[in-house]
Design a protein around this ligand. Structure first.
Ligand code: GLU
Length: 451
């Protein structure tokens, strides 16, 4: 097919996405990034146009929104909005995390759900794409408020999920504590123990060992693969990791294990910096145990620096930058600054942390760039391993899961490299990830017919 036909088709579908989903900027951005990569696939597979592959991919199977009423500690009733997008289940049950954050709306949930389809496909596991969450802000809430909120949220969500239907997990604001409350409520409502309905559970009741570490470790395994191709490794490298949540903490842990020096990390209140390297145990204590703010680090290390602007973290000079906080945290000017300071590699631990302009800066300057769909897929990959353990009523050792994770990350990297090569964008991991993900889902859609 002529490239004009393919590109006209892609443009037309993109215009209709914008028209049918007005004001959903993040969703448009995720679709645009994907569409920018896939023209060569449509040139080589003209049947994809007739099959309406793109039109089907951009329309979620369903978007569920619901009311989440709960009682705060003062006895006042609060109401939040809950979401679950079940985007595509061609290759497995819907799978994807829940995000509790005040910024959550249908655009955020749809961008995350859309990305999840291809991320999950890239893992090689049998999982479709979904995502959910609420505009509930867990910050400053008591443990009992969190519990009551989770119970109310699950009372409604439980109608739509199940181990072979849709399997939520964590994302920003949802960790082992929230998954525990959600699981308890689901178990009570169903009157049966369906271990595989949620992943990221405590290992005490069906959670996989190494799930907590998987997204961060996986991101660093991915970085390792990228560096290997340039005969480099992490030893002695200066690394910046934005965020200080679950992804960030375990990315730092693995990078340190590989000999890197973590010079800075952040939370939404600002970043901390120490050119001699940060002490991860202190960060874990502040974040995992005390649920505190990152500037508390200075109480133990008064010589470290704190800056009250988190995105200014990218102005520091480093070899490797791992954006692990949130969407659009790294823009064009931050990318230019990183390039000017000699950055060698970027890998996205968060979902869509780099703007489209920032990605262009990295590509134009030959910086190694690992896109979210590929680089942070280790979390959901180990979720799929958790589902496998739940189905077989077995639990694997930490080492076994970690080894599988390493193999999966290397496979994902190779899939991206091969797809990019085959479709004339050698070395471009954004193109490779989008195309490799698309091909797996599209072939499944064609084989299963129009349903
Ligand atoms: N929220 C994670 C992600 O963005 C994990 C999802 C899961 O484990 O289902 O991929």
């Amino acid at each position: 097919m002529s490239s004009e036909l393919a590109s006209d088709h892609i443009k037309k579908v993109y215009q209709s996405v914008k028209k049918r989903n007005p004001n959903e900027d993040e969703f448009h951005q995720a679709v645009e990034e994907f569409f920018n990569s896939i023209e060569p696939v449509f040139e080589q597979n003209p049947s994809y146009i007739e099959q309406g592959i793109l039109e089907r991919l951009v329309e979620p199977d369903r978007l569920i929104t619901f009311s989440v009423p709960w009682v705060d500690d003062n006895g006042k009733v609060q109401v939040n909005r809950g979401f679950r997008v079940q985007f595509n289940s061609t290759i497995g049950p819907y799978k994807g995390g829940l995000r509790f954050h005040p910024s959550v709306n249908s655009s955020i949930i749809k961008f995350l759900g859309f990305e999840q389809i291809f991320k999950n496909a890239l893992t090689g596991q049998p999982i479709g794409g979904g995502k959910g969450g609420s505009d509930f802000d867990p910050k400053g809430k008591s443990d009992l408020e969190i519990m009551r909120f989770c119970q109310s949220f699950m009372s409604e969500l439980s109608k739509y999920i199940g181990p072979d239907i849709d399997v939520p997990a964590g994302d920003i604001g949802v960790g082992a504590r929230e998954i525990g409350y959600l699981f308890g409520q689901y178990r009570k409502m169903r009157g049966s123990f369906h271990a595989g309905v949620l992943t990221g559970k405590s290992p005490d009741f069906g959670g996989s060992l190494a799930r907590k570490e998987a997204t961060g470790y996986g991101t660093v395994y991915f970085v390792n693969e990228m560096l290997k191709d340039r005969n480099l490794d992490l030893t002695g490298k200066k690394v910046i990791v934005s965020g200080s949540g679950n992804v960030s903490i375990y990315a730092m842990e693995k990078a340190i294990e590989y000999g890197a020096i973590i010079i800075a990390c952040s939370d939404s209140s600002g970043y901390i910096y120490d050119p001699n390297g940060l002490d991860l145990n202190t960060i874990k204590e502040i974040k995992e145990v005390k649920r505190g703010r990152i500037h508390a680090y200075l109480e133990k290390y008064p010589n470290a620096k704190f800056e009250a602007e988190s995105t200014a973290i990218w102005s520091l000079s480093c070899d490797i930058a791992l954006p692990c906080a949130t969407q659009n945290e790294l823009d064009e000017s931050a990318a230019k600054q990183l390039v000017k300071n000699g950055v060698v590699a970027i890998a996205e631990g968060a979902n869509m942390p780099s703007t489209l302009d920032a990605i262009k800066v990295f590509h134009d300057n030959n910086v190694l760039f690992g896109p979210a769909k590929a680089a942070n897929a280790g979390g959901v990959a180990v979720s799929a391993l958790e589902m496998a353990q739940n189905s077989s009523r077995l639990s694997w050792s930490f080492e076994e899961v970690d080894q599988k994770l390493q193999d999966i990350m290397a496979d994902i990297y190779n899939r991206c490299i091969e797809a990019a090569e085959q479709y004339n964008s050698p070395g471009n991991l954004v193109v490779g990830a989008n195309i490799a993900g698309l091909l797996r889902v599209a072939e499944g859609m064609i084989t299963q017919g129009v349903i």
